[in-house]
Design a protein around this ligand. Structure first.
Ligand SMILES: Cc1cc2nc3c(=O)[nH]c(=O)nc-3n(C[C@H](O)[C@H](O)[C@H](O)COP(=O)(O)OP(=O)(O)OC[C@H]3O[C@@H](n4cnc5c(N)ncnc54)[C@H](O)[C@@H]3O)c2cc1C
Length: 268
């Protein structure tokens, strides 16, 4: 299946994939939309990153804007789709990390109808999903977080058209300066995005201050299993995770308090 082609076309060009047939999803108009329905935002699988970046409706969950606006460069954001990105399950992909901290359900359509699969059960391993060979992702449903919530997605990269060296997603629910609930996920430091229960527990039920933020950062730093590559050494990526998590927690808390704070990908 061909969506935006931003992962598939390079694979075809490199001869890593040689399918007998290509089914072009771009001819199915009903697969691209952004809607609010029953407390959730619903994205057609063919919705482009750029459409999400520029959507006021999607901006109701600020982390979605952070994520979409930082994916590669504008050409790739104009073609690449949210469904294609999740179906590709690239360990460095931004959507698979950001959406892991939100209640996200994928609608998967096959000959026997639609299955709803939670994102945490959808991505099984690097480049491996729960999709059957005759299924496609038709829709991505993201529950709107409760009042008093705020989130942030931060990724650190060397330049726009490359994948991040490390990325973090943080979603908090606050009551004053007490953190009622926390979801923290890391990207690019494992075969899939990683939810960090220890970092979440370091915040949940606690007053958010420099000490609790530092404890959460340390827990996140310890949870990743980064591999050294052209984007940096394993130790460098661990340090990135520590800094990004602390920064994202602060932005998420301010957003939870109603402030409008810019959050985005950061460049070397
Ligand atoms: C130079 C470059 C830099 C990039 N940088 C980043 C980055 O920083 N962050 C990031 O997240 N991504 C990045 N990308 C990837 C980009 O976001 C892609 O858009 C995305 O990974 C795949 O989406 P697509 O719509 O292009 O899918 P395609 O390339 O068309 O398809 C990818 C795979 O998913 C399958 N597929 C597609 N849609 C569906 C569907 N609805 N149901 C079932 N299977 C489906 C296809 O069959 C194929 O196997 C980059 C890509 C390039 C070329």
């Amino acid at each position: 299946m061909l969506a935006g082609g931003q992962s598939l076309i390079p694979l075809l060009k490199l001869r890593f994939a040689s399918p007998g047939h290509l089914v072009d999803l771009n001819f199915i108009p009903a697969m691209s939309f952004i809607r609010e329905d029953a407390g959730a935002l619903r994205f057609g699988a063919m919705t482009r990153h750029a459409e999400i970046e520029n959507s006021l409706l999607a901006g109701k969950i600020p982390m979605l804007h952070d994520c979409a606006a930082g994916i590669a460069d504008v050409q790739i954001r104009n073609r690449g789709t949210i469904g294609g990105s999740l179906a590709e399950a690239d360990p460095s992909g931004d959507w698979g990390n950001a959406l892991l901290t939100l209640d996200t359900i994928l609608h998967c359509l096959g000959p026997n109808g639609t299955r709803r699969i939670e994102l945490k059960d959808f991505i099984k391993d690097a480049y491996t999903t729960a999709l059957a060979h005759d299924e496609l992702v038709s829709e991505v449903e993201v529950k709107i977080p409760p009042k008093g919530s705020g989130g942030a997605y931060l990724a650190f990269k060397r330049s726009a058209p490359v994948y991040p060296s490390a990325s973090v997603a943080v979603q908090l629910t606050m009551a004053g300066d007490v953190c009622q609930d926390a979801a923290i996920a890391l990207g690019c430091v494992g075969l899939t995005a990683i939810r960090v229960n220890e970092a979440e527990a370091a915040l949940r039920g606690k007053v958010l201050n420099e000490k609790t933020i530092a404890t959460a950062g340390d827990a996140a730093r310890a949870a990743g299993d980064p591999q050294p590559d052209m984007r940096g050494s394993a130790e460098y990526k661990r340090q990135l995770v520590l800094a990004l998590v602390q920064h994202a927690i602060r932005i998420a808390a301010r957003r939870a308090g109603g402030e409008s704070v810019e959050g985005m990908h950061l460049y070397a």
